[in-house]
Unconditional design. Structure first.
Length: 173
């Protein structure tokens, strides 16, 4: 129990030293990972259900070479593409926002340092340490969050495109 308490206190100290922007980075990162988890779940289990349903619609057609059948095929591919790419743009946007929040933390931390310098003068490094910490921690947190999401976002986008191509190939004319 003490290890859990110590870990909790360490996290609280980390958030306190990083300033308010660190909380925003945490919320953005949490949302990003929820969306990544949802997409991973869909690609693992939900895609198969949608694939079977849409393939059954295609197989139910009697004639597959007419203009009408080609329009239905195009529509089925479009539906699958929409299902595969759902919320991927949001994941990519959240990955891009993380370093920007880190930069905002840097700027607000440096403003805090300048405020301390204005009040105490520039000869007291101990007084400026809190502002420097508030400037560097959000930068690091924003970059770590972005890098962790970057790998998965590129992988998800690539997987969605490969599955779309595979699905389109299964709809034989």
């Amino acid at each position: 129990m003490t290890a859990l308490t110590e870990a909790y206190e360490a996290v609280i100290m980390f958030f306190d030293s990083g300033g308010d922007v660190l909380e925003a980075i945490f919320v953005v990162t949490l949302l990003m990972w929820v969306l990544i988890g949802e997409r991973l779940w869909y690609l693992r289990w939900g895609y198969k259900h949608d694939q079977v349903e849409l393939l059954n619609r295609w197989q139910a057609l009697d004639e597959k070479n007419s203009w009408h059948a080609k329009q239905i095929r195009s529509r089925l591919i479009s539906v699958m593409k929409h299902n595969l790419n759902h919320s991927l743009a949001m994941v990519v946007a959240l990955v891009a926002v993380c370093p920007l929040f880190g930069l905002l933390g840097t700027v607000s931390g440096m403003i805090e340092v300048f405020d301390v310098m204005a009040i105490t003068g520039n000869g007291n490094p101990r007084a400026m340490a809190g502002g420097v910490s508030a400037a560097t921690i959000p930068t690091m947190a924003g970059m770590v969050a972005a890098i962790s999401g970057l790998f998965f976002s590129f992988r998800l986008v690539r997987s969605a495109e490969e599955l779309r191509r595979s699905f389109a190939a299964q709809l034989k004319e």
